[in-house]
Design a protein around this ligand. Structure first.
Ligand SMILES: [Zn+2]
Ligand SMILES: [Zn+2]
Length: 293
């Protein structure tokens, strides 16, 4: 069964249909994200980016020092594909999401008028240039939250494409025993337990997946079982929150054991927003920037 991100837009539809049946409360939200994810998968199949190259010497250093392969700012973006996707995503947001409809319309119009240019949005996101977002908010009244969401959603196919290409450098590597992504160094945003119980973490930025220890906090590297807990409810025993008392951070997980349906992790992440609320109520914080997802 497919569990990684190598999935067709048609399979995203299948995964979404199964989830909508299971979680009718999420129907509208899943419809919205299904459109976004389908648009991203369609865009990803068209992406053309020159491969990121890492020299043998550099690779040896990175492996020895346990550094991630690149920094987020080094991701390459297919500007043409990302711009087309940005326009498409703005349309989807305008049609479906009341809260962000107005900013999405403003973004699309500002782009059409040449006031906003998409490469600047993408570069500022990857380089975390907050001054750019502040300026856009001040000059055009577009909130960072909306611009970051549509911007990240538009470059995600390029980012995932680069991460998949870079992952080949890790083929011969020993198991990655760190909490941050071996590709880009970001914190994990979601996790999964395979049929055999193996724990997998997904990067909160590039969605690269890697195997992790079961009793382990990826945010502070805590391995003390007395201060690591997990929560789940009997009505949905295939989802859980793994939380750490030491750094008060949590991560959500889907447990694939006894699950027959197709799993697309970004959709599972959305279909479990109630778990984020539960975790916050218990005093835990998310390890990633939730507004990008
Ligand atoms: Zn990553
Ligand atoms: Zn921790």
């Amino acid at each position: 069964m497919t569990t990684d991100l190598a999935i067709t837009s048609q399979q995203v539809g299948q995964a979404a249909a199964a989830l909508k049946k299971l979680r009718p409360n999420y129907f509208a939200l899943l419809n919205f994200y299904e459109k976004i994810f389908v648009a991203q998968e369609e865009s990803k199949s068209q992406i053309k980016i020159d491969p990121l190259k890492i020299s043998e010497e550099m690779l040896a250093v990175k492996k020895r020092e346990r550094f991630s392969l690149i920094d987020i700012s080094e991701f390459r973006v297919d500007l043409k594909a990302a711009k087309a996707l940005l326009e498409r995503i703005c349309e989807i947001v305008e049609a479906a999401n009341q809260e962000m409809a107005e900013p999405a319309r403003t973004i699309r119009k500002a782009m059409a008028a040449g006031i906003l240019d998409s490469p600047s949005i993408f570069t500022s996101l990857l380089k975390a240039e907050d001054a750019y977002f502040k300026k856009v908010e001040r000059d055009h009244g577009i909130e960072k939250k909306a611009l970051a969401f549509v911007g990240y959603s538009s470059i995600k196919p390029s980012v995932v494409h680069c991460a998949e290409q870079l992952a080949t450098y890790l083929d011969e590597s020993p198991p990655w025993e760190k909490g941050a992504c071996p590709i880009c160094g970001s914190a994990p945003g979601f996790s999964l337990f395979e049929n055999d119980g193996q724990r997998v973490l997904f990067c909160g930025f590039c969605w690269h997946r890697w195997v992790a220890q079961r009793i382990y906090c990826p945010f502070c590297e805590n391995k003390d079982s007395n201060t690591l807990h997990y929560y789940f409810s009997e009505e949905e025993e295939n989802y859980r929150i793994d939380a750490c008392d030491s750094c008060k951070t949590y991560i959500k997980a889907v447990d694939k054991r006894n699950l027959e349906r197709l799993i697309y992790p970004p959709l599972e992440f959305i279909a479990t927003l109630h778990l984020d609320i539960k975790a916050h109520e218990k005093g835990f914080k998310s390890g990633i920037q939730l507004e990008l997802q």
